[in-house]
Design a protein around this ligand. Structure first.
Ligand code: GLN
Length: 498
């Protein structure tokens, strides 16, 4: 048998069904690996080892009972180890959002996404590292230290859900949860060579997710392959009365089609010129173009398209997201929320708490957002950005009249070195150039690995679909992974420090 931590969801569940694998064995294997690799990777902010082992033993008892009476229906992810980004509440586990201001906060309730996964039988291994309040593209903005990319420990894993991506890439967890406000699920998936789904805005409840940009935030999943990401997605998705933006549309269940000669015959795949800009690393473009040829062999019709407002996505996002963040983060004043800094009068407490406990990137966003929302500038910045956001959304709606899916790179380059963008926030923001448009439009997107650059770093590509058409993404991504092996590659982690 291959290493247990290498198994896909389908392999895990088949082996557990057959009694050839227990959840305890798998959970223990993940935890032992985490213990060995954590000093080099720092993917977790909190490991719930004992609790996970208890839950795994419980899951095994359920499996054993089922084997005696297989007519029972079992929860779909029974005994599967899951890592959770530290911006989602898991009852009883610390939730810091990568920030000093939330140090010591232990939520008394579960986020809906987590609650549904627990009800489906998943085992939470722990909470993963993130850029502070999910603001960033490298995990370097975490107040608790950077997460390292398992393909090259000197490089970032991308972000902001870098910790979660690394747990899946380095085989510390079978699946993981992240959040995507401007690319934070797809970006680290691309840098670490794993598959990830960013669902339609409103498809997964945000209840229990610490808010960053409320009109953009969505919970997504990381996995080894498309079917696994789909399995996690469909457990989390669906209406929730505690989040009024969730949709009542029924969640369709994904059934992978058997491998066929031209499984995607007739599917129209749009390739926007605006995503193949100068400055993109040639190996990234080459790998994405090679993937497009694979799609062609699968029967897809490639169609050049234009999304003319793409270049505005970056400035629009960096007004709207900070504006929403500045409002959402106003509550951390040491009185209503947040760990209080000592001070004299009330204003002094506010100033010190926020001044001492927010990191520089969060402060930058709060200042940008407050400025953009201030009287006299509101129309010029926030109001204008909202109008351009509508144009970006319309670009997609009209493109989807001609094509079924849109293909693009996820990031302009492969993983960069730790510290490379440290003094240049704009260079960091440019990382998000290809991921932001889907968030502004609210559409779903699937990221998956399509090759490596010459240094052996993974390259990712994304497919985007119309609102609520996640099934189309899974169908196409799954067909691609049936004929390619990029998603099976795993980092050797043979570095000198390990
Ligand atoms: N990198 C983007 C930002 O810094 C997106 C973050 C996210 O999706 N959470 O805002």
């Amino acid at each position: 048998m291959t290493d247990l931590t290498d198994l896909t969801l389908a392999e895990i569940l088949t082996a557990m069904r057959a009694g050839a694998l227990t959840s305890l064995e798998l959970t223990r294997a993940c935890l032992e690996r985490a213990e060995r690799l954590e000093p080099a990777l720092h993917a977790f902010l909190y490991l719930a080892a004992e609790q996970a082992l208890d839950k795994a033993a419980q899951a095994d008892r359920q499996w054993a009972a089922w084997r005696l009476d297989p007519r029972q229906t079992l929860p779909p992810l029974l005994g599967v180890p899951l890592a959770v980004k530290d911006v989602l509440c898991v009852q009883g586990m610390p939730c810091t959002c990568g920030s000093r201001i939330l140090e010591g906060f232990i939520p008394p309730y579960h986020a809906t996404a987590v609650e549904r996964l627990l009800a489906a039988g998943a085992i939470v291994l722990g909470k993963t590292n993130t850029d502070e309040f999910a603001m960033g593209s490298s995990t370097e903005h975490s107040a608790f230290g950077v997460t390292h990319n398992p393909w090259d420990l000197e490089r970032v894993p991308g972000g902001s859900s870098g910790g979660s991506a690394v747990t899946v890439a380095a085989r510390l967890a079978s699946v993981a949860l992240g959040t995507d406000t401007g690319g934070s699920v797809r970006h680290p998936a691309s840098f670490t060579g794993v598959t990830a789904i960013k669902p339609t805005y409103g498809r997964v409840s945000r209840f229990g997710l610490v808010a960053f940009g409320s009109s953009l935030d969505v919970v997504g999943a990381f996995a080894r392959k498309v079917e696994d990401a789909a399995a996690v997605y469909q457990v989390m998705a669906g209406a929730d009365e505690r989040d009024a933006t969730t949709s009542n549309l029924a969640v369709q269940l994904f059934e992978p089609a058997p491998a066929a000669h031209k499984p995607l015959a007739g599917l129209r795949l749009g390739v926007p010129d605006e995503y193949f800009i100068t400055g993109i690393q040639p190996e990234v473009e080459a790998a994405v173009r090679a993937a497009l040829s694979v799609f062609e062999q699968l029967g897809v019709i490639i169609q050049p398209i234009s999304l003319p407002h793409t270049s505005y996505a970056l400035p629009v996002y960096y007004i709207i997201a900070p504006a929403e963040a500045s409002a959402n983060l106003a509550r951390y004043d040491g009185v209503r929320y947040g760990r209080r800094a000592a001070g004299g009068n009330m204003w002094d407490v506010f100033r010190r708490t926020r001044g001492e406990k927010f990191g520089p990137e969060v402060k930058r966003r709060i200042m940008l957002g407050t400025y953009a929302l201030s009287a006299g500038y509101y129309d010029a910045y926030y109001g204008q950005a909202q109008k351009v956001r509508t144009l970006i959304r319309r670009d997609f709606i009209s493109a989807f009249e001609q094509v079924d899916l849109i293909a693009a790179p996820v990031t302009p380059t492969t993983a960069f070195r730790i510290g490379e963008h440290a003094d240049d926030p704009l260079a960091m923001y440019l990382e998000d150039i290809f991921t932001l448009p889907a968030n502004l439009a609210g559409i779903p997107a699937l990221a998956f690995p399509v090759g490596f650059d010459q240094q052996g770093l993974p390259v990712g590509m994304q497919l985007m679909a119309p609102h609520f058409e996640e099934q189309r993404l899974f169908h196409a991504g799954c067909a691609y992974q049936q004929v390619t092996g990029w998603h099976q590659a795993s980092p050797s982690l043979q570095g000198s420090k390990i």
